[in-house]
Design a protein around this ligand. Structure first.
Ligand code: NAD
Length: 523
């Protein structure tokens, strides 16, 4: 076996790889050289420099594994690797502690004005009175996103005798309780926290999650920290909040543009900035190198690695249109995940018709879970890791069958349940994936692009009012489908729209008379 180490990884990882393979280290290899030589290798170890594009993957005739010594795999074309049957693994746990420790460093630096005091002292000043700080003891930490890093920050803040509250609508309260934190809504965190720390992925939902409106309700002395991804905090709004002393201070490791050239934030004294280094420690890099070396060694020894992010799809099974049914499963999952209110605790996947006769339907159920979990997590959820991720988040999954095909060759129904809500969607493949029922009402929707769903009371005028509001916001409606149980009873409307509905318009729509709830979906 031959492995290429294409980016600098810790020597301990390289030593481990040499026990199982011939190792070539070339950390300055160009994309052109890589494309020409990749056919010689059975495995490749990378960090973020090397881009495993579809073109390079296509040329990789023997490659069995791409191992990313870190978390994000933005530099790997997962789809192309999956199609080619190449396993992609990462080292998701390797940086959590390191990022949590950096968060603590930034928290203390802002609370005790360490970085500006350092600058002043080194310039020959002795400005003791200027740098009076605050104690963390007894203060409330507000965590946004209680995943791997958020939970590590909480346990460290407990050692500082801080209280902790968190906002994470996708985490069951009992799991949060075991992590020592009380879950609440975003506004409660913003209003009550003395220190707010962000640990969510950057998604359409979290983009500018913290903007002017959110800074308005924070405590006057509140400190906000972002070690997650740039774009979650609206930097223009942050500048105003800091400049006008609406909050106490801030610390950023990540920016809307990196590097943040000509950012006005750099003029301010009440912000501490680091250049996206939260994950940069020797320990994290060594840990990542050892993890991926073990993953590669496991595969070469015929064992299953732990952190596989993909798995070849079952397009080649005998089941007709299996690829399109897998697409349908992913879309149904994404549809449920974005439509339902609250944290999903139960998922049932019910198969009808021909598909229900397959002896093993697990790949389809896993793909539904992938569709449900991917929009809310930062590290990719794939058919390989979806069940384990669901279990760790306390989601119960059941599979069922119904023998009749409801007039279709096959259909798949997904039901999601939260503490207070239940939402179902079912569909089939008619040349392409289609959603045919939502919450029991017949519809006919191609699940793709921007969509809008409202549950409402079936009274005259509601549909018109929604249409008018969208028109006023210059949002063009493609298709509108409605379904209802009885005249004057409960109804659902599904619209495809040409572009995303802004938050303020969505809020107005959800507050219309007779509308129970309104959500936007991107598939
Ligand atoms: P994770 O997937 O373990 O946790 C993310 C958590 O966010 C999950 O619990 C999820 O339920 C929650 N979440 C998702 N959408 C949410 C929403 N809209 N509101 C509230 N909660 C939501 O991820 P992680 O490994 O803890 O990473 C957290 C962040 O840190 C990611 O953005 C990651 O890219 C970033 N990160 C940054 C660095 C760095 O160098 N600065 C290094 C590693 C990770």
């Amino acid at each position: 076996m031959k492995v290429l180490v294409a980016d600098a990884i810790d020597q301990e990882g390289i030593d481990k790889l040499e026990d199982v393979a011939e190792v070539v280290v070339d950390t300055s290899i160009t994309p052109e050289e890589l494309k020409n030589t990749i056919k010689e290798y059975d495995g490749i170890a990378i960090r973020s420099r090397t881009k495993m594009t579809a073109e390079i993957i296509e040329a990789a005739d023997k490659l069995k594994i791409i191992a990313r010594a870190g978390v994000g795999v933005d530099n790997v074309d997962l789809e192309a690797a999956t199609k080619k049957g190449i396993m992609v693994v990462n080292a998701p746990e390797s940086t959590s502690v390191t990022v949590a420790e950096h968060t603590m460093g930034l928290m203390l630096s802002v609370a005790r004005k360490i970085s500006i005091a350092d600058k002043s002292t080194k310039s020959g000043q002795w400005e003791k009175k200027l740098f009076k700080g605050i104690e963390l003891k007894g203060k409330t930490l507000g965590v946004i996103g209680m995943g791997r890093i958020g939970s590590q920050v909480v346990s460290r803040c407990k050692a500082f005798d801080m209280g902790a509250i968190a906002y994470d609508p996708y985490l069951p309260p009992e799991v949060a309780k075991n992590m020592g934190v009380e879950l609440t809504d975003l506004d409660t965190v913003l209003k009550n926290a003395d220190v707010i720390t962000i640990h969510v992925p950057l998604t359409p939902e979290t983009n500018h999650l913290i903007s002017t409106e959110q800074f308005e309700i924070m405590r006057e002395n509140c400190i906000i920290i972002n070690c997650a991804r740039g774009g979650i905090i609206d930097e223009d709004a942050l500048y105003v909040a800091l400049k006008e002393n609406k909050i106490g201070g801030a610390a950023l490791d990540v920016y809307e543009n990196e590097p943040p050239e000509e950012s006005k934030l750099m003029e301010l004294d009440n912000i501490v900035c680091t250049p996206h280094i939260a994950a940069s420690t020797n320990e994290a890099q060594k840990g990542a190198a050892i993890i991926i070396a073990d993953e590669i060694a496991d595969l070469f020894k015929g064992k299953t690695p732990n952190n596989i992010l993909n798995m070849p799809r079952m397009d080649n099974t005998d089941f007709k249109d299996s690829g399109k049914y897998l697409d349908l499963c992913e879309k149904l999952g994404g549809f449920i995940s974005q439509s339902i209110n609250g944290t999903i605790k139960e998922v049932s996947v019910i198969y009808g018709g021909e598909i229900s006769k397959l002896s093993n339907k697990e790949i389809f159920t896993r793909t539904v879970l992938q569709g449900i979990l991917n929009p809310i997590l930062s590290s990719p959820v794939t058919v390989v890791n979806a069940p384990a991720v669901a279990e760790s988040r306390g989601v119960q999954v059941t599979e069922g069958i119904r023998n009749e095909g409801k007039g279709y060759e096959s259909f798949i129904k997904v039901v999601g349940k939260t503490e207070s809500d239940e939402f179902s969607a079912e569909g089939t493949v008619l040349y392409e994936p289609k959603i045919l029922k939502v919450n029991g009402y017949w519809v006919d929707v191609k699940p793709e692009g921007h969509m809008f769903i409202a549950r409402y009371k079936d009274v005259p005028g509601t549909i018109g009012t929604v249409g008018t509001k969208l028109g006023e916001a210059n949002i063009n409606v493609g298709i509108m489908q409605i379904g209802r149980d009885t005249i004057g009873g409960n109804a659902v409307m599904i619209l495809t729209v040409d572009h995303e509905i802004p938050e303020n318009v969505l809020k107005e729509l959800s507050e219309l008379e007779n509308v129970h709830d309104a959500v936007k979906i991107v598939l």
